[in-house]
Design a protein around this ligand. Structure first.
Ligand SMILES: *Cc1c(COP(=O)(O)O)cnc(C)c1O
Length: 226
């Protein structure tokens, strides 16, 4: 198990990295939400981080997320679902997630409709040419955004993206900023940007990210999937 001292040191290092980048961008670091991504890590690590004050956690696989949320239901946690979502599972994710970052298909949007409670969500944009990656194609961003806006029970926060391997992250996040403006032209309040991971969160902050999804810089390396 990772000691609390080590976890605290990593949290401090990430928070100071965020503060530095925010200062450089003349932004208020308090307006930036850090989501600690705990995929592949045991619930016990989430509990330790919660003890250090973390409240926002991210998971990318439904079964694992559901099990952790169940095991940790005594804690006040905001779970963020950040992985590819199947329409068959979408409703189940709603049961524990506070925010869904990965809306990328009409079928998923439709599956989440008509729930009595509203859920916060992001439309995920694919920054690559590979359709196998999560995210809607750039050309379909407006259409999907319109569908989310028209769907009861979904509250659109903004756009989410992962910087492609091999592209300068700053340039990738500048593209996300442009996409965010396109989303806001349809949904003016959807001004949030979920972007930036352990290796590129500084660049994301410089380009306006409001929600950072940070895993290994805080949790350490992920255990190999069992
Ligand atoms: C795993 C994951 C992260 C965190 O990645 P790290 O490099 O460990 O910070 C962020 N976003 C998504 C969508 C992920 O799947």
């Amino acid at each position: 198990m990772t000691s609390l001292e080590v976890l605290q040191d990593r949290l401090d290092a990430v928070h100071s990295g965020i503060s530095d980048a925010a200062r450089q961008a003349a932004r208020d670091p308090r307006a930036i939400t850090t989501i600690v991504v705990t995929k592949f890590h045991p619930a016990e690590l989430v509990r330790q981080l919660h003890g250090l004050g973390v409240r926002n956690f991210g998971e990318n696989r439904h079964q694992e997320a559901q099990a952790k949320a169940e095991e940790l239901r005594d804690l006040d946690i905001d779970w963020h679902f950040i992985g590819q979502l199947q329409s068959k599972k979408a409703r189940q994710v709603r049961a524990y997630a506070r925010v869904i970052h990965s809306l990328d298909r009409p079928s998923v949007v439709d599956a989440l409709a008509s729930h009595p409670l509203s859920i916060d969500c992001f439309v995920q944009l694919n920054l690559t040419d590979d359709d196998g990656r999560g995210g809607v194609r750039d050309a379909d961003l407006e259409r999907l955004t319109e569908r989310v806006v028209a769907t009861p029970g979904l509250s659109l926060l903004g756009v989410m993206a992962v910087a492609p391997v091999g592209e300068d992250p700053r340039a990738a996040f500048a593209r996300v900023r442009v996409a965010s403006e396109r989303v806001m032209a349809i949904a003016p309040t959807a001004r949030f940007i979920s972007a930036g991971m352990s290796g590129d969160y500084r660049e994301a902050v410089l380009e306006g990210a409001t929600h950072l999804r940070i895993g290994s810089a805080i949790t350490g390396n992920r255990p190999v999937a069992g």
